[in-house]
Design a protein around this ligand. Structure first.
Ligand SMILES: C[S@@+](CC[C@H](N)C(=O)[O-])C[C@H]1O[C@@H](n2cnc3c(N)ncnc32)[C@H](O)[C@@H]1O
Ligand code: SF4
Ligand code: SF4
Length: 319
């Protein structure tokens, strides 16, 4: 399992030079959560006071519309925690019954015996104390148990599902602590991800360069003897500020009300509703303030790829 990387755009050259229809949909199934992660990207804005979730019937209607628009893969995420949507079970059964590609980002506080392409558990902790520090609740052992039970179930019931555990890294020692405590889990991949923040503020301090270099080295050391360890591609993009979101069209982000957001990092910028006849046009026309972007961003690599394809080259006739 690898994340969203620039080179995946090689598989979509037809879309880049063609109709530029969305490839992936990020769907927020809830706007509420059972964790309280202090670093959570969605804690930055006052979005909607009321708790809302996407109902099964609406999910089906929106998903069918997205397929019509070109979507090939669905990511069930948030906003909040997707698995605590009361219709989560029905939604995943529908996706599976229809043979659709889907992935789930989850804190997995609630176990779910589902068959996605990938199930990525945001575990973050190495004991109850660290879990509480980063996730706001004491569920470390509970989540480990949920992961272990799920892994043994999927061995026979859904061997194609890639099961991952993730730590959002705040300092170098996190990498070793997380690995030592959780390497025994039967996960297919272990990913260390950088903190994403507005304008990359989190890494804008004097010693950030040195510190991130140490983190990357620590991850690379683990990769040498455990092939499950993955270096998230965003570590190479910490200082990359884009001047436009050139590949924005490749994703479509829909919240629990069916509203289309500029991207999953900008839930405050609604560009229309998924059921609007002209939603792709509205999306295409929408501009955004790039100073409000998260750095690093999952779209940076696809952006670089598309930008480089669009670039005019002198003397192109001489190969
Ligand atoms: C917003 S959560 C939604 C799904 C689910 N609640 C979860 O925690 O996995 C999606 C992913 O974003 C990560 N995330 C949230 N805030 C982040 C930040 N500021 N920097 C990096 N990753 C972040 C979480 O750890 C999680 O893996
Ligand atoms: S579990 Fe996910 S959505 Fe909930 S607070 Fe943590 S990162 Fe945010
Ligand atoms: S945060 Fe910025 S770069 Fe990232 S997807 Fe949104 S607009 Fe594009």
């Amino acid at each position: 399992m690898s994340g969203i990387t620039g080179d995946k755009m090689f598989s979509h050259i037809d879309r880049i030079i063609g109709d530029r229809k969305p490839i992936t949909a990020d769907i927020f199934l809830t706007n509420y959560c059972n964790n309280k992660c202090p670093y959570c990207t969605y804690g930055r804005w006052e979005l909607d006071a009321g708790k809302t979730y996407m109902r099964y019937e609406d999910f089906v209607m929106y998903a069918e519309r997205m397929i019509e628009l070109g979507v090939e893969g669905f990511i069930l995420t948030g906003g909040g925690e997707p698995t605590i949507n009361p219709d989560f079970g029905k939604i995943t059964i529908w996706l599976e019954k229809n043979g659709l590609h889907y992935g789930v980002n989850t804190n997995f506080n609630e176990p779910a015996y589902i068959k996605p392409d990938y199930l990525k558990v945001s575990l973050d902790g190495w004991d109850e104390e660290s879990y509480e520090k980063y996730r706001g609740v004491k569920r470390y052992e509970q989540v480990r148990d949920n992961i272990a039970r799920y892994a043994s179930w999927k061995r026979t019931e859904s061997p194609g599902t890639s099961l991952g555990i993730q730590r959002v890294v705040h300092s170098c020692s996190d990498v070793y602590k997380f690995y030592e405590a959780n390497a025994d889990l039967p996960a297919d991949y272990i990913v260390f991800r950088p903190v994403e923040s507005t304008g990359g503020n989190f890494y804008n301090h004097m010693y950030a360069g040195e510190e991130t270099e140490q983190i990357i080295q620590a991850i690379k050391t683990l990769m040498k003897f455990d092939s499950r360890v993955t270096l998230n591609f965003k570590w190479d993009l910490l200082d990359r500020q884009e001047d436009s979101c050139t590949a924005q069209w490749a994703q479509i982000a829909v919240n629990e009300r069916g509203q289309v957001m500029y991207c999953c990092h900008k839930p405050y910028q609604i560009v229309g509703h998924i059921m609007d006849d002209d939603i792709l046009e509205k999306k295409r026309k929408a501009g955004t303030d790039m100073r409000g972007c998260d750095i690093p961003c999952r779209m940076t690599a696809p952006n670089m790829f598309v930008k480089s394809m669009e670039q005019e080259r002198e003397n192109a006739c001489f190969i």
